[in-house]
Design a protein around this ligand. Structure first.
Ligand SMILES: [Zn+2]
Ligand SMILES: [Zn+2]
Length: 217
């Protein structure tokens, strides 16, 4: 299993980075990205802090962890700047908290994230076809999520991505140990969004490709 979108006590998750990583290791995860909620107040601290634990963990583990952030609820006009800041601080994966229908995320967030060339646009709600086409062009992965609430528009996201042949990833957005889902269940959620089993498997293959390219960089 792979999840490139998870949370720790660096934002609203329950576990320390080391415990989250250890629990994923025991559950047979191959790659994990720790992407805590970030805005201008904490983006550098998160990347610096999580990177230290990740470096220690990766030295002795088969599971490889990537330090990242999830830029969350900021004005779309500063998403590009925060993306650069995160990368400068050493973030391997930059996620943006997209326009989920269950929170008042500012309109324009999806587009700003795609234009900034982030790695993953999470739970993009009713993303438009034009935005999906641009995401494909910019190499931004769109997320199918197992997170309750955010997952309500998975079907819409999957349908447009299939139409446009835009790449998707499958993420848990885990905040607690019980969110660390097994591969089979995560694939079932993707199939519930209208994907075939083979198409759902492709999402995890994309996650693996992204993780491997970022670890090499
Ligand atoms: Zn989010
Ligand atoms: Zn999240």
């Amino acid at each position: 299993m792979i999840s490139l979108h998870t949370h720790t006590i660096f934002s609203d998750g329950e576990l320390l980075p080391s415990e989250l990583a250890r629990r994923c290791e025991v559950n047979g995860y191959k790659y994990l990205a720790i992407t805590d909620h970030a805005d201008s107040s904490n983006i550098e601290e998160i990347v610096t802090g999580v990177s230290k634990a990740v470096e220690d963990f990766n030295r002795t583990s088969k599971l490889k962890v990537l330090a990242g952030v999830e830029i969350t609820h900021v004005d779309p006009s500063i998403i590009g700047e925060l993306t650069r800041k995160a990368r400068q601080a050493g973030a391997k994966i930059v996620v943006v908290h997209g326009e989920t229908i269950v929170e008042p995320v500012k309109k324009g967030t999806n587009l700003a994230a795609i234009e900034a060339g982030v790695d993953i646009l999470a739970h993009p709600g009713f993303i438009t076809k034009k935005e999906v086409e641009l995401a494909k062009k910019k190499g931004v992965y769109l997320e199918i999520t197992t997170r309750k609430g955010h997952s309500l528009t998975n079907g819409h996201v999957a349908k447009l991505c299939l139409e446009c042949n835009a790449p998707m990833v499958l993420n848990t957005d885990a905040h607690t140990p019980s969110d660390l889902l097994r591969r089979d269940f995560a694939l079932s959620v993707a199939c519930g969004a209208g994907l075939t089993k083979a198409q759902a498997e492709r999402l995890l293959e994309n996650s693996q490709k992204l993780a491997e390219s970022k670890l090499k960089a």
